[in-house]
Design a protein around this ligand. Structure first.
Ligand code: WTA
Length: 669
């Protein structure tokens, strides 16, 4: 959470607003034109949720109509739009071409190095306006290429790519032939890719020669080669040429994406899919070390993302320029870069790189250039922009913006107000959207033409969604804090964990019964019925809006031969929301220079999982505080890291240990 003083921001105006606990009703001009402007939709959807969701499903193009909206006879395994057949890529592309929208820009893509940082000159191909017709041809050719490799319905295809139009085409190409995509965020290390390919039994992996990081190519294909032996099911690797680095190719296994696509037919028939056929798997962190393969299916998912994207972002597809700043590798990218916007025929911006490359005004220059009207990002990014200072956005004309969104973690009121004033010019409603990989679509959120917002609250459930706060006994808490649950099935809900039905039930549907979805977040409900997300109730930490499991980081640390034992905790961090702190006991003799070992281990985690999991601090200790039964007391470690008075230490096996850990924490700072 951001502290009281951000360098780039003078206390003053914001503090006054913070103290007054101001609320923000929708501006009347906004409300007048909003897609959702009738408050009665909440009651209507609550009275007939199936009818409500069906009204959205009807806007999709079905190859065969469904016979039943919802089959909830075997909870938690829901079936939505039972018996219906459709194809997700046809809904995102063909439908719009048939409606005469082929020339509409689907994606304004901007490369990180769109301009030469030295000369300022525009590079060829650095900015691409990809129309629906062009995206359709790219997708059809890629789909044909995949089919040519023998890939078809039900096969899992891994995608490990930077933010490129080709990445979107690759996802849609899978959907087109009924293959199940399994996208891995480009910032993950190759070892994480291999693990996710192995767990899902992927037959193919689509990657790039390299990705740009702050203007420099970082190899991807070569990194994949190093772990190829760990993913024995992968028979083919397709390589998109992003940086022209010409990596070595293994004949028979590796193929050039562009060669295969060029040779493929520009028309590839879309596979008619059952509404409940899988669309994708997306791995996310859980409370154990092994990531969970969240499985989403076709008809319900597409219905959920279409409805939420149109109403929450108030999309007017003929005029809006929409920009979601997430990466396609996360659920936000799947639902609100790819499927929601494309199903709705939106014109989007897609930016490849860092927000501060080559300078801190990069995002704002993009908003100005394309006339972005709707902008969706994460609190951690907003806090980074606050720190860089308001002079950067102030260099640009941001008057095209009319709506702002936030996702990924609770947004602290100070960042909310800065976003509202400095970026939104005081005129744009902010939608603070709460949801998860598992929910597929936004669940708790304002509707910008209807909801009076309170900075820091995601407000109320989307129409048709029912959220409650329960106590330990499962009794509802109408006002106050407790465990957040969703009590009614919704179309975009995860159907299972891939190949782990039992774990799915245990993780989400055991605590309060088979019809109550355990979110994993604690939340508070205020006197107006507004929800305030407090944080996770499990061993998941949220670093810059990215979910990481403490156990995953711990097991990575102990996989290093220099580490005997490790305990990982999340601590509050001004910029990243939470940060990772690890305590390790070295194998054998204590090292003479604990800092050197700590630095080495931080890099080790980065190469094993990805830079996003690199602990902010690693403290080398001789022992860790444990109970008599040998359980590590993470609560005490959290107290130490927070500099707080230590709680009860009498249950410890050796109370001296905690003092030792405390002094090392301070020494090794
Ligand atoms: C957190 C990201 C508060 C929450 C879409 C959730 C939020 C987890 C918000 C899911 C928000 C997401 N306010 N907390 N607006 N949005 N979270 O699966 O803890 O990467 O359970 O999905 O992020 O993270 P995931």
């Amino acid at each position: 959470m951001a502290g009281e003083h951000n360098k780039g921001e003078q206390p003053g105006e914001l503090d006054v607003l913070l103290e007054t606990e101001q609320t923000f009703p929708p501006p009347p001009e906004f409300a007048a034109q909003a897609n959702a402007n009738d408050p009665a939709i909440y009651e209507q959807a609550a009275a007939d949720p199936e009818g409500w969701w069906a009204s959205w499903a009807e806007r999709l193009e079905w190859i065969a109509p469904y016979e039943q909206v919802l089959d909830w006879s075997d909870p938690p395994f829901a079936k939505w739009f039972v018996g219906g057949r459709l194809n997700a890529s046809a809904n995102c592309l063909d439908r719009h071409l048939a409606a005469g929208l082929g020339d509409r820009v689907a994606i304004h893509w901007e490369a990180e190095d769109a301009d030469d940082p030295e000369t300022g000159e525009e590079r060829e191909g650095g900015r691409r306006a990809v129309t629906y017709a062009e995206l359709s041809e790219m997708t059809n050719r890629a789909a044909g290429a995949l089919r040519g490799l023998g890939i078809g319905k039900g096969d899992v295809v891994g995608i490990y790519l930077p933010m490129l139009p080709e990445t979107v085409a690759a996802m849609l190409a899978c959907a087109r032939i009924g293959a199940v995509h399994n996208v891995v965020f480009g910032g993950f290390a190759a070892a994480s890719v291999a693990e996710r390919m192995e767990f899902s039994g992927a037959v193919c992996l689509i990657t790039a020669d390299a990705t740009l990081r702050r203007g420099q190519p970082v190899p991807m294909k070569a990194a994949v080669d190093e772990v190829a032996a760990e993913m024995p099911t992968v028979e083919s690797i397709l390589v998109v040429d992003r940086c022209g680095t010409d990596p070595p190719m293994t004949p028979g296994r590796d193929h050039s994406w562009s060669d295969l696509c060029a040779a493929a037919d520009p028309d590839c028939e879309a596979e008619p899919m059952d509404s409940e056929d899988p669309l994708f798997i997306l791995y996310t962190s859980g409370s154990t070390g092994k990531p969970k393969g969240i499985l989403h299916t076709t008809g319900g998912y597409l219905t959920g993302v279409t409805a939420t994207h149109r109403l929450i972002f108030d999309l007017h597809d003929e005029t809006d320029v929409y920009w979601c700043g997430a990466d396609v590798g996360w659920i936000t990218g799947h639902s609100y870069i790819v499927y929601g916007p494309l199903a709705n025929g939106a014109t989007s911006v897609m930016y490849e790189g860092a927000p501060n490359y080559p300078a801190e005004d990069r995002w704002w220059s993009i908003i100005e250039r394309y006339g972005v009207t709707i902008f969706y990002t994460a609190p951690t990014a907003i806090r980074a922009c606050m720190k860089w200072g308001r002079e950067h956005p102030e260099k640009h004309d941001l008057s095209s913006l009319r709506l702002l969104g936030s996702v990924g973690e609770p947004i602290n009121p100070r960042a909310w107000l800065w976003y509202h004033e400095v970026i939104g010019g005081g005129r744009c409603p902010i939608v603070d959207t709460w949801w998860q990989t598992e929910t597929g679509a936004i669940m708790i959120t304002p509707l910008p033409g209807l909801t009076t917002t309170k900075p820091g609250s995601a407000t109320i459930p989307f129409p048709g969604v029912e959220a409650k706060i329960l106590d330990d006994e499962g009794k509802e808490i109408e006002q106050g804090a407790g465990t957040l649950v969703l009590t009614r099935p919704w179309p975009s809900m995860a159907r299972t964990l891939y190949r782990e039905d039992e774990r799915f039930v245990e993780t989400y549907w055991d605590r309060y019964g088979r019809e109550t979805y355990l979110v994993g977040d604690a939340a508070r409900r205020d006197e107006d019925g507004f929800f305030w997300i407090v944080g996770r109730i499990d061993d998941v930490i949220n670093v810059s809006g990215h979910r990481l499991s403490t156990m995953e980081v711990e097991s990575t640390l102990v996989s290093n031969p220099q580490v005997a034992e490790a305990a990982v905790i999340g601590v509050p961090d001004e910029m990243t929301g939470q940060a990772i702190v690890a305590f390790v006991i070295p194998e054998g003799q204590a090292p003479p220079e604990p800092e050197a070992l700590a630095a080495e281990l931080r890099d080790y985690v980065a190469t094993k999982i990805g830079k996003l999991a690199r602990p902010k601090r690693i403290v080398v200790c001789d022992d860790l505080p444990k109970t008599r039964s040998g359980k590590i007391m993470r609560r005490l470690l959290r107290d130490i890291a927070a500099g707080e008075h230590l709680g009860d230490v009498t249950t410890l096996r050796d109370p001296d240990v905690v003092r030792d850990v405390e002094s090392r924490f301070r020494q090794q700072a």
